[in-house]
Design a protein around this ligand. Structure first.
Ligand code: FAD
Ligand code: NDP
Length: 513
């Protein structure tokens, strides 16, 4: 043993204050794969790797929010993202359905009220069942789970820190980083951190947030503001520039127009400057309006920052391992195989530079990576034509290029845009307004008219776009779309029937079947 120690001493010297690792003692790494971050990407990667009979461990740790909110295993999507968001969105849609129902003969006793606490408890219980489910799945697949916060000691060693500050050292041949992101707070706004919450808190509130100001104009902001309004809360969105940056701007305007027409208040071209707590417990928010710099103010019960997310890379001690990040974004630089600047260290999901911040892409990237590492696969993740949906009160689903992107890439004369305003059949009896139900298909103008982008605003947009995304991924053309029979009566069939081009200037309003 003494001889072995001597031989290994220069490479595997133990830090005095730390327990020696299995590698220092045996010369071998303890795990084939160590995943740091038990969210969408990390769990998928770990479970897939274990299918190949590999020795796998996952570290997952949630730092509480500044307000003290915390949650269990599963990452952002499960705990503070897709799942609670979609359920609360559904709760809001049920409110609209109750209104419609009366036109279809249901008698509903008035007043119709909504109980936030009951909804939150039901949603939170479901999320807790998912936390439990993830633990069971890891156990079933022989993946070792550590509730520890990981950081690098060297390129093969991770130090895991428990809530009680107890250190555990773990060594692995391969390390996958999947630590996701957390909401940002704006800098230099007095009271912002002290009095504001983020989406990480919203889904775990036990009591209704009441009159709420949501600052930001992207996915998180519009989705949360949408369901808060739908639940009957007085909700305002503050936008400093444009809504849904990066998305087709005609569609983005329709999404916010619908919200505005359905009682979400918008403060456009405004930036907050100060937040104060009043004697009555409410928050007084001060903001500047437009270029004039004119100050305005209002009182709210809750202020929610939805001003973007930052990757969880700061505390990983990446420099020690030699993992390179983009210093502007803090995200990890990876190649097409998800490898970082250190060949046996990989990264997937929201912490990676230039990738979509979506659950299905994180999951697929994690699985494919495990198959390449341990299953002799060569398949890379394909990040092209990733479909997405924004679950605003009227949902917006899309895949491929926006009209602006297609026009920039191919030139305006080389694209054809087919479009239609339509009225979902279900809207007719209650006479719901459908001015923003709109479809746009962006095609190449070359002979085959390949579809470059599809955009749909209407009920169940995610369900509609999912299937069309397959066609577009397979290179579908406009003529193939026209040849595909519709399913009647649906909203999706309006896509198959698109025939009016923007170029023609004809009225694109659909009338009749
Ligand atoms: P995460 O799921 O964030 O998991 C990372 C995990 O690592 C977390 O548990 C974190 O606590 C842990 N961790 C961090 N640092 C450490 C450390 N040092 N040691 C150990 N553990 C650590 N996407 C969709 O596709 N559809 C949606 O409808 C959707 N809605 C969303 C709604 C909201 C409000 C938000 C915020 C996001 C939404 N997303 C949605 C995005 C989606 O949640 C993320 O893209 C996805 O969760 C990213 O997965 P990930 O594996 O990269 O990271
Ligand atoms: P984004 O980074 O997409 O948007 C941030 C928003 O905040 C922008 O509107 C930005 O405005 C605004 N903003 C930034 N700083 C300030 C400030 N100081 N004051 C006022 N406004 C500010 O972040 P999100 O958190 O909305 O979304 C992150 C990612 O999460 C998304 O890209 C998406 O991939 C994922 N997600 C997916 C969902 C889904 O699939 N349905 C739902 C929710 C999230 P400006 O444009 O002017 O910079």
């Amino acid at each position: 043993m003494a001889a072995l120690w001597w031989r290994l001493r220069p490479r595997f010297r133990c830090e005095p204050r730390l327990r020696c690792t299995a590698r220092a003692l045996s010369g071998k790494n303890e795990y084939d794969l160590l995943v740091v971050g038990g969210g969408s990407g990390g769990l998928a990667c770990a479970k897939e790797a274990a299918q190949f009979g590999k020795k796998v461990a996952v570290l997952d740790y949630v730092d509480p929010t500044p307000k003290g909110t915390k949650w269990g295993l599963g990452g952002t999507c499960v705990n503070v993202g897709c799942i609670p968001k979609k359920l609360m969105h559904h709760a809001a849609l049920l409110g609209s359905s109750l209104k419609d129902a009366q036109h279809y003969g249901w008698s509903i006793s008035h007043p119709v009220t909504h109980d936030w606490s009951a909804m939150a408890e039901a949603v939170q219980n479901y999320v807790k069942s998912l936390n439990w489910g993830h633990r069971v799945q890891l156990q079933d697949k022989n993946v070792k789970y550590f509730n520890l916060k990981g950081s690098f000691v060297d390129a093969h060693t991770i130090r895991g820190l428990s809530k009680a500050n107890k250190e555990t050292l773990l060594t692995a041949e391969n390390i996958v980083l999947a630590t996701g992101g957390r909401p940002k707070y704006p800098a230099n706004i007095p009271g912002a951190l002290e009095y504001g919450i983020t989406s990480d808190d919203l889904f775990w509130l036990k009591k209704s947030p009441g009159k709420t100001l949501v600052v930001g104009a992207s996915y998180v902001s519009l989705e949360c503001a949408g369901f808060l309004t739908g639940l009957g809360l007085d909700t305002t969105v503050m936008i400093r520039s444009i809504p849904l940056r990066g998305f087709d701007q005609q569609m983005a305007a329709l999404v916010t127009d619908y919200m505005e027409a359905n009682h979400t208040r918008f403060l456009k071209k405004c930036t907050p400057t100060k937040v104060e707590k009043m004697g009555n417990g409410r928050l007084r928010v001060v903001w500047k309006y437009g270029d004039s710099g004119q100050e305005e103010t209002d009182e709210f019960d809750t202020l929610m920052w939805a001003v973007g997310r930052e990757p969880e890379t700061k505390t990983l001690n990446l420099e020690t391992a030699g993992v390179k990040i983009n210093s502007a974004t803090g995200k990890i630089i990876v190649d097409a195989s998800e490898a970082t600047s250190v060949p046996h260290i990989y990264a997937v999901g929201d912490i990676t530079e230039g990738r979509p911040e979506l659950t299905p892409t994180a999951i697929a990237a994690g699985k494919l990576l495990a198959r390449r590492l341990f299953g002799q696969s060569k398949e890379l993740m394909d990040y092209d034509n990733v479909p997405t949906t924004i679950f605003t009160p009227l949902e917006y689903g899309c895949v491929g290029l926006s009209e602006e992107q297609a026009s920039d890439r191919l030139g305006p004369d080389n694209i054809e845009v087919y479009h239609a305003f339509y009225k979902p059949l279900e809207f007719t009896v209650p006479d719901r307004k459908a001015a923003q139900c709109y479809i746009k298909m962006v095609c190449s103008r070359a002979q085959e008219q390949r579809i470059l982008g599809l955009h749909f605003i209407g009920p169940n947009a995610g369900e509609v776009i999912q299937g069309f995304a397959l066609g577009i991924k397979c290179g579908a053309t406009y003529s193939q779309m026209l040849k595909t029979a519709g399913i009647h009566p649906t909203c999706a069939e309006e896509i198959n029937k698109l025939h009016i081009t923007k170029r023609s200037g004809l009225d694109p309003t659909v009338t009749g079947c």
